[in-house]
Every structure is written in C-alpha cells, then in structure tokens.
Design a protein around this ligand. Structure first.
Ligand SMILES: *Cc1c(COP(=O)(O)O)cnc(C)c1O
Length: 394
C-alpha cells in the first residue's frame, strides 16, 4: 500500500491505499471485518507487538481496511499520516485531547461549527481547559487572547455558514512565534481546495462525513499531520476507543474515489448558484468567497484553489427565508454539507440549533439567513428551482 506520492489528486483519490498484489488482486480494498488476528506462533506475535514485523493483532489498535482508508486521506491532504475517527466530532476531540491537561487553554475563533462550539462550551471547561474566544478571525484578535497557559489555536476555515476565510499562513506564523499548536478544521475547504498543512498548520481535522466521503451515507472523521503528532493521536485513540469500523472505512474509500470529480462539480456549481443569487432582487446578500464583493475574496484567491459548494444568503425577513426553504423542490431541508445532493436550511434550525439565539446573532447568523450546500446535480436545474422558490418573495 502506498500514498502514491507524485501523482495528481484525482489519481491519488482512486489509487492511494490500494495494493491489489497483496490482496488476491482485488481491485478494491478488502473489508477485514475481523476483531482479532491470530499469529502463526508466539515468536511472530511478539515480532508484531514490537513492530519488528508488519502485522495485525486487534482491530481497536490497527485494522488493514482502516489503514488503507487512512492512507488515502493522508495522500489527498499530502500529510505524512492520517487517523480516522468515528465522527468529525470525535476527530476534533481526538486531535486536541493528547495535548491538553487541566489548567491549559485553547484560543478559538468565533465562527466554528455548532457541534464544536458545544464541545468548547460544555466539554473542555468541565475537564479544566479554558476556551477563550477571539473577537474576530484575525491573527491580532487571537494574539490578544494568548496567555501563559495557552496550548492550542483552533481555527475553522472556511467557516460555516458565512464562508469566511481565515489567513492560515498568518495564523501559523503566530502559532510558531508563540510556540503553540495550530489545529485547523478544514472540512469545508477539503484538500483539493486548500491544504492547511502546507500553510503551516500542525493538524488538519475533517468531518469526512462531508466532502471526503461525499455521499451522505456515513459519519466519519479524520485528522492529518506529521507522523510524530499522529503517533500521539493513535496512542490516545487506542486508549479511549473512538475508532472506526472497517466497513465505514471501506465506504469512505469508495466515496473518496470520486472525490476529485465531485469537488470540481461543487466548485463550478457553487459559483454559478452564488452568481445567480447575487443578481436576484429578493436576495440582499450572498456569502460565497468566489464572489468579488465577499470580504475575504482576495485572501480566498491566494489560499484556495476552489471555493466549494457551501454558500449562504440573506433574505429581507425571516418569513421570506423560511418561504424559500419550504418552496424549493430539489433541495432537501436539512443539515450537513458536502454530499452529492443539494440541501437547504436556516442555520438557526439546523447546524447552529444548539447555539443560544443571542450568541448566534453575535456570530452574524441572522434569522433571515439561508444556507445551501450545492450538490453535484446540474446547476441549471438547481438555479431553476431556486428561481421558482424566490418568486413569491420579489
Ligand atoms: C459536520 C462538521 C463537523 C462534525 O462532523 P461529524 O462528522 O458530524 O461529527 C465538524 N466541523 C465541520 C466544519 C462540520 O461541517
């Protein structure tokens, strides 16, 4: 098995993690649905235990199918190594837990995924870890929050649902200067559109439930980084148990095979839908970094190679926002992003439901905001559907 270094992303998405010659020439990775592995004799078992010989002992520790999927994720992210987790949230928790103890601090940006905000609000403080929220997304705001106990800077980019972009090169320079770890949730960009490790991040976290898998049929997470750091993650994961089932890992591998094709379509359709909405009289504002008037357009052009399928737009009233959501026919009403199917929602009812309303408004998430995850359907059909949904609001 190998990461297929030197090949382009579309090729790596298909081939990384596979070695047919090792697996009876099967063209896909076999699913090793086995809890335990047996050794030929005690000597072999000990050789595997000590790492002198490649092999497997128990699937909470190492499983060949999970390893293959991890190699494909690492290959796409151009990371030395990747660790898969039972969900994106388990990946976020797993990325930080080995590096935090009671008394330590995390500085987080104000726009993070709703579940992450809940984790920072409810879980980390109960473990004695202080979470300080920066006032905005700039390195200056983060620098003002750094204290002697700060260990980690936690960033999500682009953000959800306002699709703001954080300057990763500047943020990693700050982290290096202060001797801190920079952890980046790169779910929304995903590796074909941005590569935070190349810009200096220490760890990149993915909800692989989104673009990496892409088919809306799996909850799974990943953390990518250097071999040194991921070794610590693996050790913590083996002890705490938030591992991935081999079947889920296999589904992720299959989903990732079409990753490059899907992202190209999400990028093209996202731009078309954003431009349509920006020109529509009933829409007061569109949040999409591919639009020239987006506040982070220039930064996004520097840092990203595509802008993805997530966008949000403002209607004049909450009622109009609700009407658009309810009138669309091709868009499923629901949370999540990055799947082949288009989805629509009001963030207050879905991704940010667990964030108190006043905090939500402080984050810039108004009740008139509508979020769309543009899928891989024909953009013209999506635009026609939005057009008829918006008619009542003109
Ligand atoms: C969905 C999501 C998560 C959480 O991932 P799960 O796989 O649902 O646990 C974290 N971060 C971002 C940006 C997400 O979109």
């Amino acid at each position: 098995m190998s990461g297929k270094a030197g090949l382009r992303p579309g090729t790596r998405a298909v081939h990384a993690g596979l070695n047919p010659a090792e697996n009876l020439c099967a063209v896909t990775a076999p699913i090793y649905q086995s809890a335990t592995f047996v050794a030929a004799d005690t000597e072999e078992l000990m050789a595997i235990n000590t790492g002198a010989r490649r092999g497997f002992v128990y699937s909470r520790v190492r499983n060949p199918t999970v390893m293959a999927a991890e190699q494909r994720v690492a290959s796409l992210e151009e990371a030395q190594s990747a660790v898969l987790y039972a969900s994106g949230m388990a990946a976020i928790a797993g990325a930080m837990a080995p590096f935090l103890k009671a008394g330590d601090g995390v500085v987080a940006l104000p726009e993070v995924y709703g579940g992450t905000a809940k984790y920072f609000r409810d879980v980390l403080p109960a473990q004695g870890v202080t979470v300080t929220w920066a006032r905005d997304l700039t390195p200056g705001a983060v620098a003002d929050c750094i204290g002697s106990m700060t260990r980690i800077i936690y960033v999500e980019t682009p953000t959800n649902p306002l699709v703001r972009v954080v300057d990763l090169a500047a943020m990693s320079e700050l982290a290096r200067e202060k001797g801190l770890m920079l952890v980046v949730d790169g779910t929304l960009g995903s590796p074909m559109n941005q590569r935070p490790l190349a810009l200096g991040a220490d760890l990149v976290v993915h909800s692989a439930s989104k673009y990496l898998n892409g088919h809306g049929d799996l909850i799974i997470g990943a953390v990518c980084g250097s071999r040194d750091l991921t070794r610590k993650l693996r050790s913590h994961q083996q002890a705490s148990g938030a591992i991935v089932d081999p079947h889920a890992a296999w589904l992720l591998m299959r989903g990732m095979a079409t990753y490059a094709l899907r992202i190209a379509q999400h990028n093209t359709s996202g731009q078309k839908v954003a431009e349509f909405l920006a020109a529509h009289p009933a829409v007061t504002c569109v949040h999409y970094p591919g639009l020239p008037d987006h506040p982070d357009h220039a930064l996004a052009c520097r840092q990203m190679t595509g802008f993805g399928g997530l966008l949000a737009f403002e209607m004049r009233t909450p009622e109009a926002a609700q009407a658009v959501v309810d009138r669309t026919r091709l868009f499923g009403i629901g949370p999540s992003i990055g799947g082949v199917e288009s989805l629509i929602s009001q963030p207050g009812n879905t991704s940010h439901f667990s964030v108190p309303a006043d905090e939500r408004r402080k984050m810039g998430i108004s009740d008139s905001l509508v979020r769309i995850s543009v899928g891989i359907e024909d953009a013209e059909d999506l635009i026609a559907d939005l057009s008829q949904a918006l008619e009542v609001c003109e």
